[in-house]
Design a protein around this ligand. Sequence first.
Ligand SMILES: CC(C)(COP(=O)(O)OP(=O)(O)OC[C@H]1O[C@@H](n2cnc3c(N)ncnc32)[C@H](O)[C@@H]1OP(=O)(O)O)[C@@H](O)C(=O)NCCC(=O)NCCS
Length: 180
Amino acid sequence: MSIHYEIVSDNDIACIKDLCNELMSYQKSKALIHPEWFDNMSFETRLIPSVESAKANFIIAAKDENEIIGYAYSNISLKNTYSGGFATLKPVDFFDFDSVKGNDVGCLSQFYIKEGYRNAGIGSVLFEKSMEWLNSFKSINDLFIFVSNGNDNALNFYQGKGFQVSHQLLDGFITVLRNA
Ligand SMILES: CC(C)(COP(=O)(O)OP(=O)(O)OC[C@H]1O[C@@H](n2cnc3c(N)ncnc32)[C@H](O)[C@@H]1OP(=O)(O)O)[C@@H](O)C(=O)NCCC(=O)NCCS
């Protein structure tokens, strides 16, 4: 295994399409609450709209030789983006907007390492590189990670990296984590 890391440009996101769809299936397989909500979630409905609506995007990929075996996607967006419907018609604010000082927030939005490459430190490298990028926006203090229900492994991973559980959304479908 010879892992290296490469930034994926916004124009080149198709190269992570399959992994993004694997992430959606993985999250569905873990979910106990509304797993069917993942049925409409895909590269086309989640990643592309997010990249297009964000103010800035950062996608870092881990490669084993020429194969992309993992990626982390982070963005900077207007906090108001995190309002409205999500997989359901029920409108929801993802967090208390008054608890965020500025207009923008950072988010580690998607994170996936292929099975067989997990627990080898690759995710930690992608996480650190993503945090470096997010923290380079000096005016942005509020960072979020949204974890779907049943994914306790990811929840523990982020908590081990210093993020804290803030609250749950949509009857526990999502757990919201914030930077400390
Ligand atoms: C969550 C995920 C991205 C983490 O990536 P990873 O590459 O497995 O993460 P790491 O290997 O860096 O860390 C995992 C554990 O291995 C340990 N570890 C770190 N470096 C290691 C190394 N060199 N060798 C062995 N173990 C190591 C870490 O301490 C960590 O343990 P902890 O969670 O108890 O702190 C990955 O498991 C994954 O893709 N899961 C499926 C999809 C998913 O859940 N995505 C998140 C959606 S919110």
